[in-house]
Design a protein around this ligand. Structure first.
Ligand code: AKB
Length: 350
């Protein structure tokens, strides 16, 4: 008999490591094995608790091998190339972000059919699916709702928006003309703001200036921020990102009024981000040297997200506002990590 499993792709990435730590405390997730996948190995303290497969989500024979060994009941599909990286390699981004997602949706659809029960497919989307045409519009529409301004300006944003559509299609309409329409998968997505972890640094994103500023300050390194001081987007501390994914996965299907939800925690400008950092690291050398191209991308993202639907339908509520995120999670853990304070750290998801 095949072992029941929860599959996490992109498991060695920022969100992946935090999520795996949360899911794999005991090596099992509600009786399921935690099966992780990434091009990179997992850190040793995580790989001891899960079954890690090192490889690409584009490798169809690897995916076939997985389903021959495991009955996959739930998928957290986190693997993706982020927005800045995707602009430098748009074809590769399309392959990984779209073709990779399509392959996993097929796998989930096939597993749902075999089981006669929907496989839950949890997909992290992004504020990058929004595209506001100019800063005046951004100011006017400060808290966007899910269906507003879906005009992404990046390859990554286009990929995420299209994959949301694909997920909805696979969940609701896949093989709609077949006489014996099989059980569909259960697709659920959250649109994340910029994420900030005390333990890992993002790579290839455009919201990275926040975490980069903070980690540089903790290491006494000067930092030149690549966006203007006044630019504002929403952010979220990593424990809240993990909480959003897990809570959405656990929500009863009948409570969900939509397949894709905005989630957010706090909206601050790059200057306010600097002020929070300087409160704790007063000697930090932070300057602003905007890169006009990356700046344009951040200007097209909303200043804040309206997450009313997530709050209403599945009780979404972040644990960390800006004050708690800096004072209670980011700064103490980063200080200990970089050796300027004693004590033990509690990694994301632990
Ligand atoms: C990025 O900057 O590409 C990501 C995102 C906003 O989804 N952090």
């Amino acid at each position: 008999m095949r072992a029941k499993a929860t599959l996490v792709t992109g498991a060695a990435g920022e969100v992946g490591q935090a999520l795996v730590r949360r899911l794999a405390g005991s090596g099992f997730c509600q009786g399921r094995r935690v099966l992780t996948m990434d091009l990179d190995p997992l850190p040793a303290e995580l790989s001891a608790h899960v079954t890690h497969v090192q490889g690409s989500i584009l490798d169809t024979s690897l995916l076939e091998r997985l389903v021959s060994e495991y009955e996959i009941e739930e998928i957290y599909h986190l693997a993706a190339l982020l927005s800045t990286r995707a602009e430098f390699s748009p074809d590769a981004a399309h392959r990984v972000n779209v073709e990779g997602t399509l392959g996993l949706l097929h796998l989930a659809a096939q597993q749902s059919e075999w089981r006669g029960e929907p496989v839950r497919f949890i997909f992290p989307s992004s504020i990058a699916v929004f595209g506001l045409p100019d800063t005046a519009t951004k100011e006017k529409y400060a808290r966007v709702r899910e269906w507003e301004w879906n005009y992404p300006t990046t390859m990554y944003g286009c990929n995420k928006l299209y994959c949301e559509m694909l997920g909805i299609y696979f969940g609701r309409h896949y093989r709609q003309l077949a006489a014996d329409r099989p059980t569909s998968l259960d697709f659920r997505a959250v649109r994340f703001p910029g994420l900030v972890s005390a333990f890992t640094l993002p790579s290839g994103g455009t919201s990275d200036y926040g975490p980069e500023m903070l980690h540089a300050a903790a290491q006494q390194k000067p930092y030149a921020c690549f966006v203007r001081e006044d630019v504002r987007i929403p952010f979220m501390a990593m424990p809240d990102a993990v909480k959003a994914l897990v809570n959405l996965a656990q929500a009863p299907l009948e409570a969900l009024s939509r397949p894709v939800y905005n989630v957010t925690s706090f909206s601050i400008s790059a200057g306010e981000f600097r002020d929070h950092v300087k409160r704790f690291f007063p000697d930090a050398e932070i300057s602003f040297a905007p890169d006009l191209k990356r700046q344009r991308i951040v200007d097209s993202w909303p200043a804040d997200l309206d997450d009313t639907a997530a709050r209403r339908d599945w009780g979404w509520s972040p644990d960390y506002d800006a004050e708690r995120a800096f004072a209670g999670y980011l700064v103490p853990n980063i200080r200990r990590r970089h050796g300027n304070e004693a004590g033990s750290t509690t990694p994301d998801g632990a």
